[in-house]
Design a protein around this ligand. Structure first.
Ligand code: NAG
Length: 169
């Protein structure tokens, strides 16, 4: 148990930091595309703009909650209901749903991914759209791994007799 708690204490900031890093890449690409579309109106259709906006929202949301949890966890890893297994589970489930729909919808739009060496692309920002899809799936995978980790900790918390409101460590 002591070893597992040490893993959680070390792993928690690392996982959230890596998630913030990739969500920041996603944020910068989606924000850049959003401003291009607004300035030049060169999205191929509204559906492309909508999917980019969803990913912009998702990456901003993820960065926000990750910084919140990192700060709260740093201040009081065991003390607060906000750092409980339950609150992590609820918030990470929301961001998981957002990443799943965001990544799936951009993948669907690009029919799996664009071949940027083909001429006459329907989309102006071929490489950026592919990057957007790639970073979205990386964030989805990180979010999935973290959710699995939280569920495992939740099982431990219940076994320990703390219930799901128990702290993460
Ligand atoms: C992309 O298109 C180019 C030009 O038609 C082709 O040579 C290349 O094999 C394609 N790449 C993929 C991954 O389909």
């Amino acid at each position: 148990m002591v070893a597992a708690e040490t893993h959680v204490k070390r792993g928690h900031p690392i996982m959230f930091a890596v998630l913030v890093l990739f969500a920041a890449f996603e944020l910068s690409v989606s924000a850049w595309l959003t401003s291009r579309f607004a300035e030049r109106g060169d999205q191929s259709n509204q559906s492309e703009a909508d999917r980019v906006h969803l990913l912009l929202f998702t990456s901003a949301f993820t960065i926000f909650i990750s910084l919140m949890f990192s700060m709260l966890f740093y201040q009081a890893p065991t003390g607060s209901v906000l750092t409980s297994v339950a609150s992590h589970f609820v918030v990470l489930t929301v961001s998981w749903v957002l990443w799943t729909s965001g990544a799936a919808s951009i993948t669907h739009l690009l029919k799996g991914g664009l071949n940027c060496s083909l001429p006459h692309q329907e989309y102006v920002y071929c490489h950026q759209l592919n990057a957007l899809e790639g970073f979205a799936w990386i964030c989805w995978a990180l979010n999935t791994a973290m959710l699995v980790g939280i569920v495992i900790r939740g099982v431990h918390a219940v076994r320990r007799g703390d219930g799901y409101r128990g702290s993460l460590v």
